[in-house]
Design a protein around this ligand. Structure first.
Ligand code: DAH
Length: 341
């Protein structure tokens, strides 16, 4: 009986009627006095007690489907056959629904994830409310180190151990504490700093951090990965340069520039006539950081990098004012509808 009902259900699903007559035949076949439904309901008393429940549900479903089919086909056949033309008035105004579009920052973030995932990086996330250890101490920021001033954040007076994270580097620590190398991951997320809001700075923004820890990871691996990223993100003829820099959590550390994507490196107002624009910080993971996270720096080495999503988005879409990203002005946001999603 069960198989039979399922066959009927499939038949009903695909049934369609071209004329009212065909529909009437269908109705008689299933819902007529001597129709299938009556037949099945009559046979229900013979169903074994333990199958009754399931069979009852199935039978009722079949009944519902038959009625549904009859109703929809009748409606559409009547619509087509009225002398006055189609039942639907095509001149009535339409209810427009805006499909919306992705936020430009998310378009770029997704693009970054896609680029890095192609070379084996997976994604992890961490909390925006951090503790001092993960945001600073484990990353080799000594308590009084001046580098902490460069990333002033919002502390909670009652408990200065709790901070809004200033960078996604904190997720490196969380991952390394829990995962054995090899680790090849990126960490996208929102970060906070105690900054006055202007066209170039905001009290919150977004970063994508990267980490690769394994045996024999070298600076050459870092450079090649960054070159790959720059070419994929901007254009195949993009060049990169690494300048020595300082971060407590990397040694050596570097600031990375790309050849200006507006003038191609010739020099213009945008790149201040240098031909280069800075896009990220990177370096070899400081052995102290590996040790703090329980990874033996004599066995493993790694590289890390961190970049601002706003910065890259500004460069790709030529947005000049950071504040536009959080003002929710649809005139701004709509311009990215057709950009790569
Ligand atoms: N965390 C740094 C910042 O917010 C960016 C950064 C620089 C991250 C170098 C890194 C790195 O992983 O290696 O300014």
């Amino acid at each position: 009986m069960k198989d039979q009902i399922n066959t009927y259900l499939a038949e009903i699903e695909i049934f369609t009627a071209k004329t009212k007559d065909e529909l009437e035949q269908f109705r008689i076949k299933y819902s007529g006095k001597k129709g299938i439904l009556n037949d099945l309901f009559a046979g229900f008393k013979n169903v074994a007690a333990e199958e009754r429940r399931e069979m009852g549900v199935l039978l009722n479903e079949l009944k519902g489907r038959v009625q549904e089919k009859i109703d929809t086909l009748r409606e559409s056949l009547e619509g087509e056959q009225t002398a006055a033309g189609p039942a639907r008035d095509l001149t009535l105004p339409v209810n427009f629904t805006d499909s919306g579009s992705r936020h430009p920052l998310m378009i770029i973030r997704n693009r970054m994830i896609e680029i890095f995932s192609r070379v084996g990086f997976t994604v992890a996330e961490g909390p925006e409310i951090e503790d001092d250890w993960h945001n600073f101490s484990a990353l080799n920021f000594a308590p009084e180190h001046p580098a902490r001033d460069m990333q002033d954040t919002f502390f909670i007076e009652k408990d200065p151990d709790i901070v809004l994270r200033t960078h996604t580097s904190s997720v490196q620590v969380r991952v390394m504490e829990k995962t054995k190398p090899p680790i090849r991951m990126i960490f996208p997320g929102r970060v906070y700093r105690n900054e006055a809001i202007s066209a170039r700075a905001h009290c919150f923004f977004h970063q994508v951090e990267g980490l690769y820890v394994d045996k024999n990871v070298s600076f050459a691996d870092l450079r090649q990965t960054m070159l790959y990223f720059a070419k994929e993100m901007f254009s195949a003829d993009t060049r990169i340069r690494l300048r020595p820099s300082y971060f407590p959590f990397t040694e050596p550390s570097a600031e990375m520039d790309i050849s200006c994507n507006l003038c191609g490196g010739k020099g213009c107002g945008f790149c201040k006539y240098t031909g280069w624009v800075e896009i990220l910080g990177c370096g070899m993971v400081n052995p102290n950081v590996l040790k703090n996270c329980g990874i033996d720096p004599d066995v493993y080495s790694g590289f890390a990098f961190g970049m601002g999503v706003e910065r890259i988005t500004n460069l790709v879409f030529n947005v000049k004012d950071l504040r536009m990203f959080s003002e929710n002005d649809v005139r701004f946001l709509q311009q990215f509808e057709s950009a790569w999603q």
